[in-house]
Design a protein around this ligand. Structure first.
Ligand SMILES: [Zn+2]
Length: 264
């Protein structure tokens, strides 16, 4: 059975938001092979779509995954080259949780099965995202692509200590103009409630790196949010009072992105 791997909305402002890890759906043929812990889909970017709902209402283009990253990771390159060579990271069709627990009761997917998932789930997401980016860029002359993520604030296997609340990734300055990253960091440095870092542990995944092309009018930025900033870990319960302050900050950041005009 083939499930649609995303939901989407067309942009009416020069901003497109991609949410590749918010999906919790498991297709039956994959679910049948998973361990009980895998079925909890704990490594989901929980509730990130709620944090940016205001931007969607304001007309941002929107591509939101409906399937879990355990089926296929939409923020990994199709050839599965490592995003962080030499560091522990997860793959296109992961076989372990972030904690290192096995996802599959027996063997993980073979190359044929990985190719099938890539064709049925990965490619349609990217075809849609690519089309919406082009649509906004053609209409406005430029577009900001925000790849929106979150992760547990403590994952010792992937990074030391508590992760900052807002991890901005611009692929070391290559995926967007310096002016845009300055504006983003200015907003972050003007407040003290949430900690932040630019191009720390998370520099931007495949989506930010692949589509971000400032010379061609596409400015890619990844936000990796530490989940303690808006939910209770590890239960993944959304805490509206905590999320409210974070949404205020995200609103300022999104406003800066929408107001951004590249200099030529
Ligand atoms: Zn993510």
């Amino acid at each position: 059975m083939v499930m649609e791997s995303f939901i989407s909305a067309e942009p009416s402002i020069p901003l497109v938001i991609s949410l590749p890890h918010v999906g919790t759906g498991l297709v039956p043929e994959v679910e049948a092979q998973l361990t009980p812990v895998a079925r909890l889909v704990e490594d989901t970017d929980w509730h990130v779509e709620r944090l940016y709902d205001f931007a969607r209402e304001a007309g941002a283009g929107w591509v939101q995954a409906t399937l879990s990253r355990y089926v296929i990771d939409l923020n990994r390159p199709p050839d599965d080259a490592s995003l962080y060579p030499g560091q522990t990271t997860t793959s296109l069709c992961p076989v372990e949780t972030f904690q290192g627990e096995p996802l599959y009761a027996a063997r993980g997917p073979d190359p044929q099965e990985i190719a099938r998932r890539r064709e049925q789930y990965w490619q349609p997401y990217h075809a849609r995202l690519s089309a919406l980016i082009d649509q906004a860029r053609d209409r406005f002359g430029h577009v900001v692509l925000l790849d929106a993520h979150s992760i547990a604030s403590f994952v010792p296997r992937l990074f030391e200590a508590r992760l900052p609340d807002v991890n901005v990734g611009t692929y070391g300055g290559q995926s967007c103009s310096l002016d845009l990253s300055h504006r983003i960091m200015e907003v972050l440095h003007a407040q003290s409630e949430f900690t932040c870092v630019l191009n720390g542990r998370f520099k931007g995944g495949y989506i930010t790196r692949h589509y971000g092309n400032p010379q061609n009018g596409v400015h890619g930025v990844q936000f990796e949010l530490g989940q303690l900033a808006y939910l209770d870990e590890p239960a993944a319960v959304y805490v509206p009072s905590r999320a409210a302050s974070l949404k205020t900050l995200l609103t300022q950041l999104v406003n800066a992105m929408v107001a951004f005009r590249p200099t030529r």
